[in-house]
Each structure stands twice: as C-alpha cells, then as structure tokens.
Design a protein around this ligand. Structure first.
Ligand SMILES: *[C@@H]1O[C@H](CO)[C@@H](O)[C@H](O)[C@H]1NC(C)=O
Ligand SMILES: *[C@@H]1O[C@H](CO)[C@@H](O)[C@H](O)[C@H]1NC(C)=O
Ligand SMILES: *[C@@H]1O[C@H](CO)[C@@H](O)[C@H](O)[C@H]1NC(C)=O
Ligand SMILES: *[C@@H]1O[C@H](CO)[C@@H](O)[C@H](O)[C@H]1NC(C)=O
Ligand SMILES: *[C@H]1O[C@@H](CO)[C@H](O)[C@@H](O)[C@@H]1NC(C)=O
Length: 590
C-alpha cells in the first residue's frame, strides 16, 4: 500500500472509531481502542518542541514523582508505550543532572500485579528516612477499582533508581464503602508531622463535591483515612492531582520542604479539575492537629480561583529541590491539534519548562512562577533593543535570533494611565471573556501591547501575547488583563462547536495584579515551535499556549513587539535569545 492509501485507511479508522467506539472512563482517560497501539516512523516534525521535555514518540501526560536524589533529578511521567493517544500507561522514567539534558531509563512501574493490572496511574515520591525514596501511586485492578499502592527501589544506593519493586502487601489504601472506587487517585508526596505520623492526600469526589482525603501512617505501610477530608468544595467535581505545600511568608528566595512547621508560612492547595480540565489553587492555613486546611478567603475557592497557569496546563506537581532549596513545578501541556495529527506526528504532549514557585512578596496573596535558571544555559545568539516608543498600530521586529525557538524578555512602560478604558466589573472573574471580546486587533486606550510570536510578516498567522490596561473607576486602580491568543495562530480551521476533532485555537487570559505605579510591566515568553510559555510581571500571571502555524514555522516565523492602543508605549528593553537544543533529550527512550 502506498503512503497516501495507508493514510486514508488510517483516517477512516480514526473516523469509524470516533463515530462508534469512543468509550469514556471519564473526560480525561478517553479510550481510543484501535489507536492505542499505532506506531509510526518518526520524522522531525516542524511542530515538535526543541527544548521542552518530550520522549521521542508516543503519548505523555501527567508528571509523576519528581525528586532530587543522589545527584540526579528524576522525572517519571504517564506514558503510552505503544501509541500517540492515551492508553497502555506506564511510569516512564528519565534522569538529569541539570533539568535540561535528560537520559531515559527503563520504565519504573507498569501493570503486573492484581492491584495495578488495569493501570499504573499518577502519584508521587517521598524520601523516607531509613527506606529511601518510596513511590505512592494509583493502581487499577481487574474491576476498574482505583487504589493506592507503594513501590520501593530495589537498590536505594543506585542514584539512577533503575529498578522498582511493588511489594505483595499492596494496596496501602482501598476505597471504603463511603467512596466511589472510580474516583480515588493521585496520592501526594507525604510529609512527616511532629506527632510522628506521615500524611498524604488523595483526590476524590462525592457527587459534585471535590474532595482531598488525608491519610495517616506511622510506618509508611499502614495508612488510615482521617475522619474528615483535609478540604472539599461543592460543585467542583473530581479533584485530580492534588498538591499541598507550604510557602514562606518572609523568605522570597527559597522554597520550603513539606515538613516545615514554623510560623512563617502559608499553605497552598492546588487541585486539577477533571470537569473543566483546568487547575486552581488557594492559599490558606493548615491545622495539623485537626488535619484541616482552611483557605484564606481572599481568592475564590472554585472554578474562578487563582491558577498556576491560565493556559494549556494540567496535572501539575511540585517537589522540593534539596540541592538548591527551591520548590519546582512540573506540568503537562497536551496537544491542541487533532487526534489524526497526533497519530501522524507519532507523539502527543510535553512537560512545560520547570518553574520555581514562591509567594508573591508584594502582596502575599498569590504565588509567582519563573523558569528555572538552568534553562538559560541554552541561550545563544542575543539581541537587545532599548528605549523605543511604539505608537498605536506600530510594530517593531526583533531580528537576529531564531523566532521559532527563542527566549524573549520585554519591559514596557505605559506612562500615564489617563487613556485606560474603564473596567466593567462584570468581568472580574471572567478574564477569558474579556480577552475574547478585546483581542489584540481591537484598539484600546492603554494597550493592547505586547509580543507577536510565530508570525508571518503579513500577520496571516500570529500568536499575540499582550496586556490591556483598564481603570477600575471605583478604586481608580489599574486592572491589567493578560492574553495569549491562539485564535489567529494558524490557517488551519478552528474546531467548530459540533466538530470536536478540529484544531483547538483558544484564547487564554488572566488578570495581572500590579499597580503600575512606575508605569512598568514585563513580559517573558519561551517560544518553542508549537508551545509558548508566557510570564507576565515576573511570573505573577503565566499562560501556556499550544499553536500549530502552517506558514510561520522555523525560519519563516517572525517576532515583533506591538502596540494597538492610542497611548504610546515605551519599550524600555527587549532582550532576546535564540535557544539551543539540549545535547541530550531522552536518548534511548522506548
Ligand atoms: C471483582 O468483582 C467481583 C464481583 O463484584 C468480585 O467477585 C471479585 O472478587 C472482584 N475481583 C477483584 C480482583 O476485586
Ligand atoms: C462513580 O464514579 C464514576 C466515574 O466518575 C461515575 O460514572 C459513577 O456514576 C459513580 N458512581 C456512583 C455510585 O456515584
Ligand atoms: C492591530 O490592529 C490592527 C487594526 O485592527 C490589526 O490589523 C492588527 O492585526 C492588530 N495587531 C495585532 C497584533 O493584533
Ligand atoms: C480580530 O481577531 C479575532 C481573533 O483572531 C478575529 O476573530 C477577528 O476576525 C479579527 N477582527 C478583525 C476585524 O480583523
Ligand atoms: C487538551 O486538549 C484540548 C483539545 O482537545 C482539550 O480541549 C483540553 O481539555 C485538553 N486538556 C487537558 C488537560 O486534557
């Protein structure tokens, strides 16, 4: 069979499958039975990332069990060993000395015992004194019941932690009669409390109420569910991948380990909402004696809540890096193209660049995120521009670097806020709706201004990342919107409301909590072919977009700074670098 007829058969299979065969365990664990084992010969596809974490082929999702141990950073991740859609999931395993170059090892955990024969799903690692690293993960048994299991390294003195044992006394926690065995997963890294008990959280739900259960153990083997969940919230649906950690309220350079019990901390509870496929978090207080977490109440606990990332980002997980005393965040960005595209590319999904996590020193009401410093080792050709005024409708090209594979930092100064449009408070929790209405091509007062990435010179294709400054007329304070808008990113058709399998080109948006007292606001974007990670105001608001231009690719992509507001904006500085590929990215992965 020729290539094109093979392709048509494949497409036909896809269509038949989509029409008849989709079985859903739930929205996330979508089953494409016929496509789970479709392997392809890989070509270096022009949408493939260059410096993001990706195995050479197949599907990946959640990051699991990140850890620094004996000189190596470890990353495990959910991986389909056979194809580019979800299915056949194992814990794949890679190690790195610098979080930039990665070496793939053999799979750490895969279905083999009665307690995980139908699945080895997400989990975490805890360093247990006297035992070494211990994995807690969700196994699925023959009856599709979810349960929590543990695994230990065969040789804890091996810095690579190559071989893992799943002892026969698993599982360590089964759903009890009050719980739904299909909604009980993703144990967190455990911590040792002063009372001598280990504690871990497990995500769940009851009807529409999202729940994080808390389990206690003295020996890391026998776990008992506390009487009450550590926290729950109505109408939020299943809480996947909970993450629970302290952040310092006095030290804005270092992270805290989970067992920190001093006074100068707030806790963060993050959950991934299966119903919306977004995450949110709250800051609050953890009461260890009662095993209760109470959010502070200055940001919503629910779908309108604060986010680690307002874009294409899910199933995230942090870990404490003992080497550099920092808390680091990993997160999964899925594809936004079609299942057919993923199958023909042979791969789907990537991990975002790891980010440090700290409390925002300016207001202590939110977190700030920044790409780990190690990624700067990939910076090569460099250009800088200074002090340029851009008037309404103007754009300035950033030349001399590779725009499809770049790191760019811009500082804008908006000067006066007099021309800022009044803020309509009905948008207070609806940044996305505002961005939909006020795109980069809608003239404003102060803004829209920002970056135009992955663009053709005629703007047939482009992905703008921009700010628009409003004035809250009741407080007279600025209200700053940040958008990363994939709508004009590609000539490929957007997927319509009925045709679920077309390209997904969403705008994404969040507000940025800045007072603009000195007029300044910064934007950094990491651009990597089909993924753009953008950090507004030094990481107060972060947005990841996946985009698939057909013309603005490789050397045909351009990068600009622009302004479409009537107020002239000063570009105080642009620093832009080409980014190299890491020397080693998962060589040897299977
Ligand atoms: C599966 O469910 C059946 C019927 O409820 C039960 O008899 C059997 O023991 C279960 N098997 C496992 C492995 O849990
Ligand atoms: C248990 O959870 C599954 C998957 O979320 C759901 O389809 C089912 O209706 C739930 N069962 C009960 C009894 O609530
Ligand atoms: C700026 O606005 C003009 C006029 O609406 C539009 O043609 C252009 O595409 C806009 N620029 C961006 C980056 O959206
Ligand atoms: C402005 O941009 C939006 C989003 O890309 C697009 O839908 C709309 O057609 C554009 N409007 C004009 C006048 O170009
Ligand atoms: C990523 O893919 C898009 C397009 O198919 C979906 O709309 C998102 O829900 C999905 N995100 C996650 C986290 O699964």
């Amino acid at each position: 069979m020729g290539f094109s007829s093979t392709l048509s058969v494949l497409l036909l299979l896809v269509l038949i499958n989509l029409c008849n065969n989709i079985k859903r365990i739930n929205a996330f664990h979508q089953v494409y039975e016929n496509l789970q084992s479709q392997s392809v010969e890989l070509v270096n596809h022009f949408h493939r990332s260059a410096f993001h974490f990706q195995p050479p082929k197949h599907w990946i999702n959640d990051p699991n069990g990140p850890l620094y141990y004996k000189g190596f950073y470890h990353l495990f991740y959910q991986y389909n060993t056979k194809g580019a859609v979800w299915g056949n999931i194992v814990w794949a395993h890679s190690v790195s000395k610098d979080l930039v170059n990665w070496e793939a090892l053999e799979h750490a955990i895969y279905p083999s015992k009665w307690f995980d024969i139908k699945g080895t799903w997400s989990g975490s690692i805890t360093l247990v004194p006297g035992k070494g690293p211990v994995i807690l993960y969700t196994g699925i048994n023959q009856n599709e019941t979810q349960m929590q299991n543990y695994a230990i390294p065969e040789d804890p003195s091996d810095p690579y932690l190559r071989k893992w044992i799943k002892p026969d006394d698993n599982p360590v926690a089964m759903p009890d009669y009050t719980m739904n065995g299909s909604d009980f997963r993703d144990p967190t890294t455990a911590w040792l409390s002063k009372d001598g008990h280990w504690r871990t959280l497990v995500g769940s739900r009851k009807k529409h109420r999202g729940i994080a259960y808390i389990y206690r153990s003295r020996d890391f083997r026998h776990w008992v569910k506390a009487k009450h969940p550590v926290h729950s919230k109505e109408s939020t649906g299943m809480w996947e991948c909970p993450d629970f950690f302290p952040v310092s309220t006095i030290d804005f350079e270092n992270g805290l380990d989970l067992d920190y019990a001093g006074p100068n901390a707030k806790h963060v509870l993050k959950v991934s909402l299966d119903m919306t496929r977004y995450e949110y978090y709250t800051l609050g207080k953890y009461y260890p004696k009662k095993d209760r977490y109470v959010p502070n109440g200055d940001s919503p606990d629910g779908w309108d809540g604060l986010r680690f990332d307002y874009g294409n980002f899910y199933a995230s997980k942090t870990f404490f890096d003992y080497k550099k005393n920092r808390r680091i965040l990993w997160g999964w960005a899925n594809e936004s193209d079609t299942v057919e595209d993923d199958i023909s590319k042979g791969w789907a999904g990537l991990q975002v660049i790891p980010r440090t996590v700290l409390l925002d020193s300016s207001n202590k009401k939110q977190l700030v995120f920044w790409p780990i410093e190690e990624i700067e080792s990939l910076r090569s050709s460099y250009v800088r521009m200074n002090n340029k005024d851009i008037e309404m409708g103007q754009r300035l090209e950033v030349k001399g670097i590779t725009p499809a594979q770049a790191d760019v930092e811009v500082t804008f100064n908006v000067g006066s806020l007099e021309k800022a449009e009044p803020f309509d408070t009905s948008y207070t929790y609806k940044p996305l709706d505002l961005c939909r209405v006020k795109g980069s091509n809608v003239t404003g007062g102060v803004g829209p201004f920002g970056l135009i990435t992955l663009a053709t010179p005629d703007l047939e294709e482009y992905t703008p990342i921009f700010f628009r400054v409003f004035k809250d007329t009741s407080t007279n304070k600025p209200k700053v919107l940040m958008c990363s808008d994939a709508r004009p990113s590609s000539l490929e058709q957007d997927r319509g409301p009925l045709n679920q399998d077309r390209m997904y080109k969403p705008p994404f948006a969040g507000f940025v909590d800045v007072d603009l007292a000195d007029g300044r606001i910064s934007l950094r974007s990491l651009i990597d072919h089909s993924v753009i990670e953008s950090f507004g105001a030094l990481g107060k608001t972060v947005i990841t977009s996946r985009v698939y231009p057909v013309k603005a690719v490789k050397e045909n992509a351009h990068l600009y700074v622009f302004n479409n507001g009537t107020q002239t904006v000063n570009v105080e500085s642009v620093d832009a670098w080409s980014m190299e590929r890491p020397l080693q990215m998962n060589n040897g992965a299977t």
